[in-house]
Design a protein around this ligand. Structure first.
Ligand code: ADP
Ligand code: MG
Length: 500
């Protein structure tokens, strides 16, 4: 049944979003007087379209909560896939020993060895190697890609000193962070639904990801057990939980965006009675694909989506994640150059190049505290080859960065709030002050200060004074790496033996 239903949901999401964006196209810009008039009118109009007052954010959160319910009810029931992760055993904090992790689906592929020291010592040591994936392997055959991964892992293991060799009869255990949408069949098996982020390998879609990896590992002679197959959001949740048992969700704000949270198993109809022992189940929301007519979408978002590799999909992600924020700024600057001669008579050539302005660039400009906005001037010169910008122009560029980053942070906050609402942690229950913590990770959250502070303050704003007291937001460092090792530990085949 799944396929038809999923197709319908996607078409529907695309239609809703196209309509929402189309409604935002308003082509009656008022003619203002003076040299800066038309530019200022465009900025003002853009700011209005991007505005996200608290009432709107509440509606976005409500809409997301409705989609969460629908996605939990049935396969393909919503644009939120609400995938069952089969992680029903989050780290307790007592995990000890050496565990391994693979992290695929971020900017680089990584192999890690993590030493866990339980509650007292936490993460004792971490050894990791970053390997860039040769581009031809991202579009080749799955065998080549998995052979490459297994070979990198084998090299890592073969260079390990004696002290890391497991005792006779014991296998090394591995957590695999595979940050693509996967339909899991157990904690350590699942089939790829589709590639994203530039990977296009048809022959592994629908295949068991762990099976492919295990086959490739056997070829290299590696004797290792894949104990957990997860993604970066689930890893971030696990990483947070290891250090703080109040953590209930993991959110990624990096190149892309996603969230995972702990749901009561009896609130997941599509589990169909196969209830986990703990009564809880981690849900991988795949929230990047969320869309709602309440999202403050503009003509620039619509154009970005239409020209993207996946039009109509990942609308939420395209509005809030690091891959796209810089390009939204570029699109607005381009239109201002074309329609209002913002940079003089000609449109700067480089402004036509998609993704030339990256999110770290707009972050640097946004944080420029020099009186003459030197950083902004240099970025415009170095990245876009625009010389001789006036202070007035630089100020307008900063204003655009601000509008786009603040919209992203506020909308992302509504997403966080919807999770708290869904599990009833958005209000203080009958005087009980139960602590609730969300773990966040990703380059955007970590490095874009104004984005992060706005995200945090908006979550508080949504919660109100009482709620804000009991909700914590923590940076969970390297959830996609350490989290996978932690879940390998909490799903180790040797746990049962230790218990008995
Ligand atoms: P990935 O999502 O690939 O695993 P990260 O979590 O490290 O990687 O996030 C990388 C992303 O974070 C980049 O694509 C970029 O958009 C964003 N980023 C990195 N540095 C900065 C910065 N200084 N300011 C704003 N965003 C940043
Ligand atoms: Mg990552």
């Amino acid at each position: 049944m799944g396929k038809v239903a999923v197709g319908a949901a996607v078409v529907c999401a695309a239609a809703v979003c196209a309509a929402a964006a189309a409604a935002a196209v308003v082509h009656h810009r008022k003619k203002s007087s003076g040299k800066w008039g038309p530019v200022e009118a465009m900025v003002k109009e853009f700011e209005e379209q991007c505005s996200s007052p608290i009432g709107k954010l509440r509606k976005i959160a409500d809409a997301m909560e409705v989609e969460m319910h629908a996605g939990l009810a049935s396969e393909g029931g919503s644009k939120l896939k609400m995938l069952i992760s089969y992680v029903d055993n989050l780290p307790s904090g007592d995990e000890k020993g050496f565990f391994y992790a693979l992290d695929l689906g971020g900017t680089n592929f990584r192999v890690l060895r993590v030493q866990l020291g339980g509650k007292e010592k936490g993460v004792v040591s971490l050894h990791s190697e970053e390997v860039s994936i040769p581009p031809h392997l991202m579009t080749g055959s799955s065998h080549e890609l998995f052979d490459f991964i297994a070979t990198s892992l084998a090299k890592f293991i073969s260079s390990e000193p004696e002290e890391f060799h497991p005792p006779p009869g014991k296998q090394r255990e591995l957590g695999f962070t595979f940050s693509f949408p996967v339909r899991q069949t157990s904690i350590a098996s699942g089939t790829l639904i589709k590639w994203t982020k530039g990977f296009r390998i048809e022959d592994v879609v629908g295949e068991d990801v762990v099976g492919e990896l295990t086959k490739a590992m056997k070829k290299t002679g590696l004797d290792m057990r894949v104990a957990a197959l997860i993604n970066d959001a689930v890893g971030t949740l696990a990483r947070g939980r290891f250090s703080n048992q109040d953590v209930i969700a993991g959110v990624i704000l990096g190149t892309g965006t996603n969230a995972a949270y702990v749901e009561r198993a009896n609130a997941i109809p599509k589990l169909q009675g196969s209830l986990p022992k703990s009564g809880d189940m981690v849900i991988n929301m795949e929230w990047g694909n969320f869309c709602s007519s309440y999202l403050p979408l503009t003509e620039y978002d619509r154009a970005l989506d239409a020209e993207s590799l996946n039009p109509g999909e990942q609308i939420f992600e395209k509005m809030i994640s690091g891959m796209y924020l810089g390009d939204i700024v570029r699109r607005v600057l381009f239109r201002m150059a074309e329609e209002a001669d913002f940079f003089g008579d000609t449109v700067p050539r480089k402004l036509r190049i998609p993704f030339i302005l990256r999110t770290p660039d707009i972050s640097a400009m946004h944080h420029d505290t020099s009186s003459d906005l030197k950083v902004v001037g240099n970025k415009l010169k170095d990245v876009l080859e625009i010389d001789n910008t006036s202070l007035k122009m630089r100020k307008i560029v900063v204003k655009l960065c601000d509008i786009i980053a603040i919209r992203a942070a506020r909308v992302a906050a509504a997403g966080n709030f919807s999770i708290l609402k869904k599990i009833g942690r958005d209000t203080v229950n009958a005087g009980k002050k139960q602590k609730t913590v969300i773990s966040l990770d990703g380059g955007l959250f970590e490095h874009y200060n104004k984005f992060r502070t706005c995200l945090e303050s908006t979550i508080k704003e949504l919660l109100g004074d009482d709620g804000a007291e009991t909700i914590g937001i923590e940076h969970s460092n390297d959830g996609s790496g350490i989290g996978a090792a932690l879940l390998a530990a909490s799903h180790s085949q040797y746990l049962a033996m230790e218990d008995s």
